[in-house]
Design a protein around this ligand. Structure first.
Ligand code: URA
Length: 192
């Protein structure tokens, strides 16, 4: 697919998300938060859903968690955030930062499915329990699943903690996140 075709298809999906009223989250949003970064990226980060800062800015991972994510991308992947594609399972902020409900995830799932198909990254890094469980379709938690990579959509999925967990717990969680980012880098180096 040419990068122009990919760009226009993603723009059309982003416009659709911006006007979407398929679930009750639409009523509470300032912005639908579709994605940021490079539509041709080889690595995609998937979080849970926008928080307050992201809802206001219209961009994923711009608050404290986002600043830690940016740092890990630079320090462990040796890339800039703009070289990656960053998005979430749901595109509108759940109230009080609660987990998205199954019906909200279902209503939003075609957006993430479209992003995965169009960007077609070699490596998807899921950030936290929610994104990991959603994409791997398991009830197993990220603490058990991280430390390995999984075949996913023609490439690999690397589960890791949500940056908010490292901000809360520090030390060991952050070290494990760094190791997971290194795993992603190694897979990128070996991936076609
Ligand atoms: N947490 C997420 O899961 N996604 C964001 O975009 C911001 C915080």
């Amino acid at each position: 697919m040419s990068s122009g075709t990919r760009w226009s298809a993603l723009s059309a999906l982003a416009t659709e998300a911006g006007a979407c009223t398929a679930c009750p989250l639409a009523a509470g949003r300032t912005h639908a938060v579709f994605a940021s970064g490079d539509p041709s990226a080889r690595v995609m980060f998937v979080g849970e859903g926008p928080g307050r800062d992201e809802d206001l800015a219209g961009e994923p991972f711009v608050g404290r968690s986002g600043r830690l994510l940016d740092r890990l991308i630079v320090e462990e992947l040796g890339m800039g955030r703009d070289d990656c594609y960053v998005c979430n399972v749901v595109k509108c902020r759940p109230p009080d930062n609660r987990d998205p409900l199954p019906a909200e995830v279902a209503a939003c799932s075609h957006f993430l499915a479209g992003q995965l198909e169009l960007v077609a990254p070699a490596v998807v890094v899921t950030l936290g329990n929610f994104a990991t469980r959603s994409l791997l379709q398991t009830s197993e938690g990220v603490t058990r699943l991280r430390g390995s990579s999984y075949a996913f959509a023609g490439g690999y999925l690397v589960p890791t903690f949500h940056p908010a967990a490292a901000l809360r717990s520090g030390g060991l969680v952050l070290a494990q996140m760094r190791a997971d980012f290194v795993r992603a880098k190694q897979l990128l180096a070996g991936a076609p």
